[in-house]
Design a binder for this molecule. Structure first.
Ligand code: C5P
Length: 202
């Protein structure tokens, strides 16, 4: 059985948590596609060519422990605007999406480009302030010394770049269900996502 859930949205809107929890609930595999771009972007900080970095990504790159920093996030968003970088990462994502047993993929272009035929598409959003607050807590919990303004700035810059690029920009698929998590607890957002997916499973 293949069953694909595509979860897109801007940075720190809650996609990651929702995807993880939903995958655990249904016993589906989960792929955080942002990690592919973060790992590619991180390699460019060492001087590697972005296209070469994307084509030769390995498990070691994806397991690096500094992929969550704003510096790497910015590098990810810069390489993500390069069509050849995106092209190099397509096959892996599509193969993951169609593995048997069900899959949840979260990113920016899953419902629009990677899996246009996904059985369920969610577009997760939240206000800028809420997103920055959540990301700030996440980063300070991990020991990063960063201010609210720096986090907000990173999110806004990335959203602007991700939305403006020509190839696979950040946008909701026409048939995506919008899920605004600004006023929802994590549990309520996850429960809502589970409800929407259950309905589609028939
Ligand atoms: O989701 P995350 O914040 O980890 O993504 C980091 C960056 O990777 C995003 O800002 C975006 O530029 C890029 N990305 C993308 N397409 C995806 C997933 C992430 O362009 N499917």
């Amino acid at each position: 059985m293949t069953f694909t859930v595509a979860i897109d949205g801007p940075a720190a809107a809650g996609k990651g948590t929702i995807s993880r929890e939903v995958a655990a609930h249904f016993g589906y595999a989960h792929l955080d596609t942002g990690l592919l771009y973060r790992a590619t972007g991180r390699r460019t900080l060492d001087g590697t060519d972005p296209v070469e970095a994307a084509r030769t990504l390995g498990p070691g790159d994806l397991g690096a422990d500094d992929l969550r920093t704003p510096e790497v996030a910015q590098a990810a968003s810069r390489v993500a605007a390069i069509p050849e970088v995106r092209e190099a990462l397509v096959d892996f994502q599509r193969a993951f999406a169609t593995r048997s047993g069900g899959a949840v993929l979260d990113g920016r272009d899953i419902g629009t480009v990677i899996c246009p035929d996904a059985q369920v598409k969610l577009f997760v959003t939240a206000s800028d302030d809420i997103r920055a607050t959540r990301r700030l807590i996440e980063l300070t919990d991990k020991g990063h010394d960063i201010s609210f303004e720096q986090v907000l700035d990173d999110l806004r810059q990335r959203d602007a770049r991700d939305s403006a690029r020509t190839t696979a920009p950040l946008k909701a698929a026409e048939d995506a269900v919008l899920l605004d998590t600004s006023e929802l607890s994590i549990k309520d957002a996850v429960d809502l996502a589970i409800e929407i997916i259950s309905e589609r499973q028939g």
